[in-house]
Design a protein around this ligand. Structure first.
Ligand code: PLP
Ligand code: SF4
Length: 438
């Protein structure tokens, strides 16, 4: 058995926009860097904590450091005229109201509602729309607890960024679990509930327990699997170690398993460095000791992890620690998309190159996958058919279950970054689904 030395506790301390001056001072950022961060952080969400500042970011590599790019708003994330305007406001000491008004306008130009996720797939009971739930795929219901809609730190590429800056209201989140129980009873085809956010692990244990325990006691419908989506093992491992309610949290997780449910902690790791610290490894160990399975997922994004070696190293470390690689995603069309985007062809090369470097134990991973309106679409190959270069695409998940597993072709385009930019191959008028749905 591996012996793990006791770790000193650490209390959670985070910095938002108002803490930028303090960070800049401590980390010796230039005045220019500080102004740019403040300007962009008025538009895009910003939160970082001391663990990320002290243990994850390599300050000697800033601004190129991947964890710095992952966490700190970068000047290139805004179109040049917007950056000039916002830095101008920051430099002359504009008040919050003025900053906010300027930011709102920019935010609304950054596609804050990608894929119309908030309107689509809202489940109903007798015509009444249920808050804080989405039912897109037959087997799985997404559940958004109201108090789990923030995170221990914000990822600059987050597709839910709009909710963190208040452009998108949290009307979406759910305060109780009664509707969920009722809905699951009416829909026995649902085997999985995915508790998601934000980051549900931001909730104190008794709050999380209020959502989870009724599921264990009432065992509604056909529910067998409980998933919790989180980045806490990467962004705040102390949540599972020395937070005052960490042991209670682990006991709650163990109770889920003891009640006969499969518990999948769907963990978001963006970079192998997030797995290197003793606390990060210890957190994984403690979660696994509850009987939970950890499965990992992340998007492939420029400046953070657009590199096959980075993914291969991340998957190897995960397998060694007992985390199962699950998905590599394509980043969605929202927020500072131009800054992060990786063309599908390049994403495919990164995935394939990394996949070739790891053992079969890591090849549980699938990707690159686009979560588009009709479902999850995998870029499964680039090949030549009838003399034409094509993408081989495969539906991994779909609203219509009969689509799952379907393979189709699209004309190869080295620059395309999303499904809606792809065209059917020569001689075909259309894809088998309605492209307007994309
Ligand atoms: C990916 C995803 C799921 C889960 O799909 P699995 O392939 O079963 O992991 C559920 N809901 C939405 C909206 C998703 O994007
Ligand atoms: S942890 Fe997840 S929800 Fe939170 S900012 Fe990062 S990507 Fe977004």
């Amino acid at each position: 058995m591996q012996v793990i030395a006791p770790l000193p506790p650490r209390s959670y301390r985070s910095f938002g926009r108002r803490g930028i001056d303090r960070i800049a001072q401590l980390r010796r950022l230039s005045t220019e860097q500080r102004t740019a961060i403040k300007a962009v952080a008025a538009v895009l969400p910003f939160r970082v904590n001391e663990y990320i500042l002290d243990d994850l970011i390599r300050w000697e590599d800033v601004p190129d450091d991947p964890i710095f790019r992952l966490t700190f708003p970068q000047p290139e994330m805004l179109p040049a005229p917007d950056l000039t305007r916002m830095t101008g406001l920051v430099t002359r000491g504009a008040g919050d109201d003025e900053l906010k008004a300027a930011a709102r306008e920019i935010q609304h130009r950054m596609n804050p509602h990608p894929g119309r996720q908030m309107e689509l797939n809202v489940p109903r009971i007798n015509g009444r729309r249920l808050r804080g739930m989405q039912h897109k795929y037959r087997e799985t219901v997404l559940f958004f607890p109201a108090s789990g809609q923030t995170c221990h730190a914000y990822c600059t590429y987050c597709f839910r960024w709009a909710q963190f800056v208040g452009v998108q209201e949290l009307r979406f989140a759910s305060r109780g679990v009664d509707d969920l129980l009722h809905y699951l009873r009416l829909h026995p085809e649902v085997t999985d509930v995915l508790i998601t956010g934000g980051d549900p692990m931001i909730m104190r244990t008794p709050v999380l327990a209020r959502y989870v325990e009724p599921l264990l006691e009432r065992r509604p419908g056909g529910l067998t699997n409980i998933r919790i989506g989180t980045k806490a093992p990467a962004s705040w491992p102390y949540r599972f170690l020395t937070d005052p309610d960490a042991d209670d949290l682990l006991r709650l997780l163990a109770r889920i398993v003891a009640s006969g449910f499969h518990l999948a902690v769907m963990v978001h790791y963006s970079h192998p460095r997030e797995l290197d610290t003793p606390v990060a490894r210890h957190a994984v160990r403690r979660i696994l000791d509850t009987g939970a399975v950890l499965r990992s997922q992340a998007p492939v994004v420029r400046h953070v992890n657009a590199d096959a070696g980075v993914w291969a190293s991340m998957w190897r470390k995960q397998v060694q620690l007992g985390v199962v690689p699950y998905y590599m995603f394509v980043a969605r069309d929202t927020g500072p998309r131009d800054y992060f985007e990786v063309p599908l062809a390049e994403g495919y090369e990164i995935f394939t190159d990394a996949y070739r470097q790891v053992s079969g134990l890591a090849r549980t991973v699938r990707g690159p996958s686009m979560s588009a309106t009709p479902g999850k679409v995998l870029v499964d190959g680039i090949t030549t058919v009838n003399g034409e270069r094509v993408f081989v695409l495969k539906i991994l998940q779909a609203r219509d279950p009969s689509w799952v597993g379907r393979v189709f072709f699209a004309r190869f385009d080295p620059e395309a970054t999303w499904l809606n930019q792809l065209r059917p191959p020569a001689g075909k008028e259309r894809f088998f689904f309605d492209p307007d749905e994309l």
